[in-house]
Design a protein around this ligand. Structure first.
Ligand code: CNA
Length: 298
């Protein structure tokens, strides 16, 4: 498309036009897709922003390459770097949801959120009040954990203790010990499994949760797509915005242009900080005070 290509659905490619579209009641099924960029304002670094990104900060952890922290075979050999990161990112006291998270919760409260697909593992969308049944955590989260060998679920309270101490939890299931080497050998002698415990976060090479595939058709049903704070570089998540119908408006709130944004007639790009973009949309919708109040009172 060129600048002169007319949009199919919106009167024009602009944020006020998107707000009018929502206010007209034509966007009753809004699908939101998010990534690390909606949590950077909370203080959690993203992966790929140069210098401030998480990968840039992992140098101290003695990894062959930063991505190794989410690599299962590396984790088997050396789970410590992952647990350094886990201590940093673990949901709970440290981080507070951003305005963008609260905006998504507001959409849910108004009955407009069809589904939120998030790549984030920080659980901040739950903390902002997005109902659990409206969230697909496409890359898993810290909400549950299990042994990578026998798959036995590991108790949440115990997990929290291990993570807080910066220690690596090992499976405590009694019975047949797994054929694991190294430190786990001691556990084997005690008659417990001793396999490494890992949160149900999707590592490289692991399958995405079933919920992702079961729900991805909702992107096709959407009457409006909002994409926020993601580089759209990780597949299959990156393909989700393309599943929307051709005439469905898609809005990007991101520091940079990403994915196939800009190739469709109803693509609206709001480049810059996503909280700022979301605040502008809330303003156009007449929801600004409600948004700020909900964020303050969280
Ligand atoms: P990414 O590849 O690091 O991309 C982040 C994107 O957000 C980039 O395009 C940035 O330009 C953009 N961005 C950064 N800050 C802002 C801001 N304030 N406003 C608008 N845009 C901004 O992250 P993705 O999520 O795309 O990559 C997928 C990975 C990252 C997933 O597997 C996540 O699990 C993983 N991740 C998650 C977290 C978290 O849970 N908060 C943190 C870091 C990485």
């Amino acid at each position: 498309i060129t600048e002169d290509t007319p949009p199919l659905t919106l009167p024009e490619r602009s944020l006020p036009a998107v707000a009018d579209f929502i206010k007209s009641g034509k966007a009753r099924r809004i699908v939101v897709m998010t990534g690390a960029g909606i949590s950077t304002a909370a203080g959690i670094p993203d992966f790929r922003s140069p210098e401030t990104g998480l990968y840039a900060n992992l140098a101290a952890l003695d990894l062959p390459e930063p991505e190794a922290v989410f690599d299962l075979s590396f984790f088997r050999q050396n789970p410590k770097p992952f647990y350094v990161l886990a201590k940093e990112l673990y949901p709970g006291a440290r981080y507070r949801p951003t305005v963008s998270h609260v905006f998504i919760a507001l959409l849910a409260r108004k009955g407009l959120l069809h589904m939120l697909f998030t790549q984030n593992i920080d659980c901040l969308e739950r903390a902002a009040g997005v109902p659990a049944d409206r969230i697909v955590e496409a890359h898993g989260s810290f909400a549950s954990q299990r042994c990578i060998e026998c798959k036995e679920v590991f108790e949440e309270g115990r997990m929290r203790e291990f993570v807080a101490r910066g220690e690596v939890p090992k499976c405590e299931r009694e019975g047949q010990a797994q054929g694991v080497d190294g430190e786990a050998g001691a556990e084997a002698e005690k008659g417990v499994c001793g396999g490494l415990v890992k949160p149900d976060i999707v590592f490289f090479g692991e399958a995405l949760p079933r919920a992702f595939f079961d729900s991805s058709g909702m992107a096709k049903e959407a009457d409006l797509i909002l994409v926020m704070g993601t580089s759209l570089q990780v597949h299959p998540f990156a393909g989700l915005p393309n599943m929307a119908e051709e005439e469905t408006p898609r809005v990007l709130f991101n520091l940079e242009q990403v994915g196939s944004f800009g190739t469709r007639a109803d693509d609206v790009m709001v480049l810059g900080d996503c909280d700022a973009g979301v605040r502008r949309l809330a303003e156009e919708l007449g929801w600004r005070d409600e948004l700020e109040k909900a964020w303050r009172e969280l």
